[in-house]
Write a protein that binds this ligand. Structure first.
Ligand SMILES: Nc1ncnc2c1ncn2[C@@H]1O[C@H](COP(=O)(O)OP(=O)(O)OP(=O)(O)O)[C@@H](O)[C@H]1O
Ligand SMILES: [Mg+2]
Length: 329
């Protein structure tokens, strides 16, 4: 084999390892609750249907900060239950359909987006209530029992109280529909709680799950284990510099204590090590500081993986390294 084909083969091998990293899903404690609740709702629905009972659907509300891992958790939830319910929206009969709340989230826009997600050719000249009537017809025709809205906090953004009430009423009417009740799976930022809590009846029908922030001391051990797990997935060894408590604390701070962001930074660091040093690389702190510098445009003194007093650096501020007051305000 000549050098070029050897190199190409090595590249392909590295790419495979990086793909495997991206696919790794780390279960969170919150995921169990989501899982148990969803399974319970599916079983309840099956039992009610077997009894021929009219009923009110129940659903889920998943909240967390940006980057906590909400979208990923819902995707994993649906994947996991795809043996119990049909989830392939290209098929005529699809028990779960999910979509992202469009912007601006007027009732008309959201209704139209829902119709489109249901595969209905929407003509665009109907008013909000008529669109939602159409949505209800389509939900029944497609056999859709669960409807997912991601970024659901946007349902209340820039809305008057009256509009917000109409959002809540529409969501409730989907769940209380005596012809074809649908369980909502709402996911979004913590503001979503305010929309749902605005109405006690809606709140009672949704099981709440919250993805919390990582804890800078309690989560040190689990974070070190997760780093090792990703390195093992990339078939790499880990240097001492990424096994210490101090490193885990820096990493959590860099991820703004959000689990999803933490996973994302580790994936980037492991991928960077593999691409820059090849299959025999050992994962070390410098891979994290390189990735951080690239992502945040930070000089060393603003790099959470390098600066001594990293606690003063706000991980949410990007490309802010040219002022000398980069201190948290
Ligand atoms: N349990 C997990 N295991 C592995 N990676 C995860 C996990 N949860 C999230 N991630 C990764 O974290 C990143 C952010 O996750 P995600 O997009 O789900 O967050 P989010 O809460 O929906 O954020 P946003 O509010 O910005 O939409 C993604 O790159 C995703 O792959
Ligand atoms: Mg998301």
């Amino acid at each position: 084999m000549n050098k070029l084909s050897k190199d190409l083969r090595a590249d392909g091998e590295i790419r495979k390892r990086v793909q495997a990293l991206r696919k790794l899903y780390i279960p969170r404690p919150e995921f169990n609750k989501l899982d148990v609740c969803f399974q319970k709702h599916i079983e309840q629905r099956r039992a009610d249907e077997a009894d021929g009972e009219a009923f009110r659907a129940r659903g889920l509300m998943l909240v967390g900060q940006s980057g906590s891992g909400k979208t990923t958790a819902i995707r994993e939830l649906i994947r996991k239950h795809s043996t119990l319910i049909t989830t392939d929206s290209s098929l005529e009969f699809c028990e779960y359909i999910g979509l992202q709340v469009p912007s601006p989230a007027t009732m008309k826009f959201v209704g139209a987006a829902t119709l489109r997600a249901l595969g209905y050719p929407y003509s665009g000249n109907k008013q909000g209530p008529a669109i939602w009537d159409q949505v209800k017809v389509q939900l029944k025709l497609r056999g859709t029992k669960f409807l997912g809205f991601d970024e659901a906090q946007d349902l209340a953004r820039y809305q008057t109280d009256k509009e917000r009430q109409s959002v809540v009423n529409t969501l409730k009417s989907l769940m209380e529909n005596s012809v074809w009740p649908v369980g909502l799976v709402l996911s979004g930022m913590p503001d979503l709680k305010h929309i749902v809590n605005q109405d006690a009846q809606l709140a009672r029908r949704l099981d709440p799950v919250e993805i919390g922030r990582l804890h800078s001391i309690r989560d040190v051990g689990p974070v070190i284990k997760i780093v090792k797990k990703y390195a093992a997935r990339g078939r790499m060894d880990t240097d001492e510099s990424v096994q210490s408590e101090a490193f885990a604390m820096r990493l959590m701070h860099a991820a703004d204590y959000q689990f999803g962001l933490l996973a994302e930074i580790i994936v980037l660091a492991v991928s960077h090590a593999l691409f820059s040093e090849g299959g025999d690389a050992t994962l070390e702190m410098s891979h994290f500081s390189d990735v951080y510098a690239e992502r945040n445009g930070a000089d060393d003194w603003m790099n959470i993986f390098i600066a001594d007093d990293y606690g003063r650096i706000d991980p949410k501020r990007l490309l802010d390294n040219d002022s000398d007051d980069g201190v948290n305000e």
